[in-house]
Design a protein around this ligand. Structure first.
Ligand SMILES: [Zn+2]
Length: 410
């Protein structure tokens, strides 16, 4: 770690000791990490994991046509089991590519929680709340969201925690948004919402409310330190001031934004100037389609450099901070210090991609997630030598689910 040889001891899911003088004690399970570098686990701060089932299905279409004609009709038929196996498949990929914690928004969220627990990862899982901006549907939608919290808590545990996921300001009535704000504060649970992903969303908000999306979100009480704003592509300077002041976290999803051709880029440098809390996400595997966060870290850095015409604008080290949840307290990334949660990776530092040069630059610009050898979450070894237990069965079951839903030929 940091070019020093260290020992790390995990006890009860946390880092009990780390440093050059830490040696194994009798009874310890020992991993010999010769030829490896120790780095924090990655935090994928916005995804819809079970959408692995939609991989390679109806790609290359305009957003609304993709959703209305291909995704939503199939989602209506999805079962708990479908979401469970789709999420397990996503978890295999995340373990293989170094993600130890993720923020998820998807239907049957209790099944996501069960999959996360069984896979051994960490996640905040939440059921999307949508009422078609119809106040008459709000009461039912909010009651469902409330019930989902309990179901997630029952299915999950220490590692899969519940949250609220109001889908977006354009798919919810003001009543529901205000309800989520109050209820989340009362129960102290985090909130994830898509915000300012497309320019149309901004125009519609201005026309209907006379204010921009972040201002509206503040007005309904949802812009606080417990809220994740996925995308933030069109946030202007006044909104960034407000987001910084309220302490909400913006999660940028550069690859999904490119694939859906939203036509803009999260104004990262202006957000950084204001000390906005930030994170990095892949978004769902239906609109990325990869869950390899290191690949998206590279895309993030390159896009931001290019947007301002300055290769020095963003460094590899700060890109990794973003990808490991170190730039937002809400994302709770590990810092690899004593007392932290024991979520870490061993990457092959003697591999061709990482053997020469500076590690951070190698990880962001040269390597991909395939460089991860060992993934540990809460002190439990989820992958060693690049192999995840049960991988074949999980792929087979996810295939069966997709075939059953008519997504692939079987
Ligand atoms: Zn999303």
């Amino acid at each position: 770690m940091d070019d020093q040889q260290v020992g790390l001891r995990c006890e009860n899911g946390t880092i009990a000791a780390i440093g050059s003088d830490v040696r194994p004690e009798s009874g310890d399970e020992v991993i010999d990490a010769a030829g490896m570098a120790l780095v924090p686990g990655l935090v994928n701060a916005h995804t819809h994991a079970a959408m692995t089932l939609f991989r390679g299905y109806a790609d290359d279409l305009p957003l609304m046509e993709w959703l209305e004609r291909h995704i939503w009709p199939v989602e209506k038929r999805m079962s708990d089991e479908d979401v469970y196996w789709g999420t397990r498949l996503a978890c295999v990929e995340m373990i293989r590519t170094g993600t130890t914690s993720f923020w998820d928004m998807y239907w049957h969220a209790h099944s996501t929680a069960r999959a996360v627990e069984d896979a051994g990862l960490r996640a905040v899982t939440a059921a999307p709340l949508i009422d078609d901006s119809d106040p008459a549907k709000s009461q039912r939608a909010c009651a469902d969201a409330d019930a989902s919290l309990e179901r997630i808590a029952d299915a999950g545990g220490d590692r899969a925690r519940p949250g609220f996921a109001p889908h977006a300001i354009y798919s919810l009535s003001e009543r529901s948004l205000r309800w989520v704000a109050e209820r989340a504060a009362e129960l102290d649970v985090p909130v994830q919402i898509h915000l300012s992903e497309t320019e149309d969303e901004v125009k519609q908000c201005l026309a209907e409310r006379g204010m921009r999306p972040a201002q509206y979100l503040d007005e309904v009480g949802l812009l606080g330190p417990g809220t994740i704003l996925a995308h933030g592509v069109w946030l202007d300077e006044s909104e960034l001031d407000l987001v910084a002041e309220r302490g909400a976290t913006v999660v940028t999803n550069p690859v999904a934004n490119l694939k859906l051709a939203v036509g803009g880029l999260f104004p990262y440098l202006r957000a950084r100037e204001r000390d906005v809390q930030m994170g990095l996400g892949t978004d769902g595997p239906g609109s990325n389609n990869s869950l390899d966060l290191l690949a998206d870290a590279k895309a993030f850095a390159l896009l931001q450099k290019n947007a301002v015409g300055d290769p020095a604008a963003v460094t590899a080290t700060e890109t990794l901070e973003l990808a490991t949840g170190a730039r937002s307290p809400l994302l709770a990334g590990t810092r690899l210090t004593e007392g932290d949660q024991a979520d870490f990776l061993l990457v092959r530092s003697d591999s061709p991609e990482l053997a020469l040069g500076e590690l951070d630059a190698g990880l962001v610009y040269a390597a991909s997630g395939s460089i991860v050898d060992t993934t540990v979450v809460a002190g439990a070894v989820l992958m060693r030598g690049g192999r995840v237990d049960g991988e074949e069965e999980i792929v087979a079951r996810a295939r069966e689910s997709a075939a059953g839903l008519g997504i692939v030929g079987g």
